[in-house]
Design a protein around this ligand. Sequence first.
Ligand code: ADP
Ligand code: MG
Ligand code: ZN
Length: 619
Amino acid sequence: MNNLGKDNKNKKNIYIIPILVAIFLALMYFWFIPNLTKPAVEEISYNQFKDMLSDGKVKEVDIDVYYIDIIPKVEKDARVTKIYRTGRLYLDDKEIVDLLDKSGVTYGSPIQSDNTLTEVLMYIILPTLLTGAILFFIMKKMTKGIGGVMDFGKKTGKLYAEKSTGKTFDDVAGQDEAKTALFEIIDFLSHPAKYTAIGARLPKGALLVGPPGTGKTLLAKAVAGEAKVPFFSLSGSEFVELFVGMGAARVRDLFKQAVSNAPCIVFIDEIDAVGKSRDESFGGNDEREQTLNQLLAEMDGFDSSKGVVILAATNRPDVLDRALLRPGRFDRRINVDLPDQDGRVAILKVHARDVKMSDKIDLDVIARQTPGASGADLENIINEAALRAVRERKTVVEQDNLEAAVEVILAGEERKNKVLSDKEKHIVAYHEIGHALVSARLSNTEPVHKITIIPRTSGALGYTMQVAKEEKNLISKEEVLDNIKVLCGGRAAEEIVFKSITTGASNDIQRATEIAREMITQYGMSDEFGFINFESKTNAFLSDRLKGSYSEETARKIDAAMQKVISECYESAKTILSENRDVLDKLADVLYKKENITGDEFMAELRFLDEDKKETENQ
Ligand code: ADP
Ligand code: MG
Ligand code: ZN
């Protein structure tokens, strides 16, 4: 902000000093040293010269075009401090030559050296440039080092400052709870007097907690934008880098700048990088602890009535040091969750503002296809759809662009050049129809939205997409079990049809196992254990699990229970598919030929086959 200019000036200074030094050295070489060491020249008359010759005082004579230089005899080893010069009388001075011959003086005419230019280069310019260059680099290094450690205050460095963020709450869709919680802070920043008059102490800091991409940074900026105050931000990982002591210096500097720019927002992104609990048993990090201590000290030290509000963001609240969460520091915690159906529609709408969309777009459908997507994912989908529309030379984004974008974000780009062998393609077709058919025959499953056997860059050779009719907050045990059965459907179809199994089901197996485990250890849905907890999620956003304390014996029983759940589901999937073998074959054939079928096409085909079967049975 206000010190951006200074930064530039510092850079110029770096250049000026070496340039001055280079000029000085050049002067030394070209003028000062030659002049100092050159003997003085004294002009004498021609007869004085003749006298000197006859007196035997001359050692050497250089005859130039217009004048004669006379080098006098000096004592042995002494330096010639003075030479004499006289004009030439005749151009063809036989007399002089005779005289010189007689007195035995060496004479000649100076040879203009051809080498002067190279000599000048070799001995003067090159050393000058070299010295200058070396000095330049030394200076640059020095200023850098010093600037890094001591001048942080003068450099913007990693500190990110914005006079105004230009974001408002209109840019943040959904997240209404978070917005409500932040309103007070905005009001405080805009009308601090109202609060100080009554003696209310506002929270110094609020911690935004939520999974990546849910708009924490965006919210912080929007708060600054709504309150029309400057926004200072620094990322936690940037505190902890470079030299020891830097992090603490940065914290100090950040707060100094913030206080002098109050009212303002200070935003510390990824605070978990500095704020990790200090009592970790291993791998203590002195630098981080120092930085954290400085942060704590600064937060205690500054007076919140000045109008500095500190916001911080993290997706790992569980690892934060307790000291940070104490009242008077980040005592407010604001959850920023993944958006629900309505939230997703709202976020899609916000980002659709910037893109030309066809009137027929149905964002509801897109939102339903993307449970678990974050705001950042949704923004990405809109952008991807716009790119696709451009590629297809359309003037507006159409629904199919959006649907394709969803697939790209969820499953990766289509891999057109990946060729499956005929046999593989058959296996994949049966595998996917296996999932879809089991799903269609069960009552507690979500409808099939799309089936494809075009390989994706994510590595999937095909997939069956199911889309919920509505947002679910509670999931029943029947639904969980049916879900596992659908996951088993792929492998079951392979086994029934080809009498052999492939590696294609690894992802299904992983998911089924995870669900079975959670059923037993977290949701109390097993017959063996019932209403009991063995594990809990340590982090609601990352799938870290905290193992509860239970015996080896119990661990074995849990494993056995999981195996039982999964094998029962697998058998049930196999039964469904065996009973529908003819339908399975026909549907797999349709998918094999078309490669892509929609859920509607699948259901229509299935209904047609069922009717057909009924008729033949009745006859
Ligand atoms: P975080 O800091 O939580 O990881 P960001 O604030 O950096 O997430 O969000 C990344 C981008 O995703 C934002 O720039 C914005 O475009 C989009 N985004 C995320 N959440 C929302 C939301 N609730 N409304 C609108 N856009 C959002
Ligand atoms: Mg962020
Ligand atoms: Zn599968």
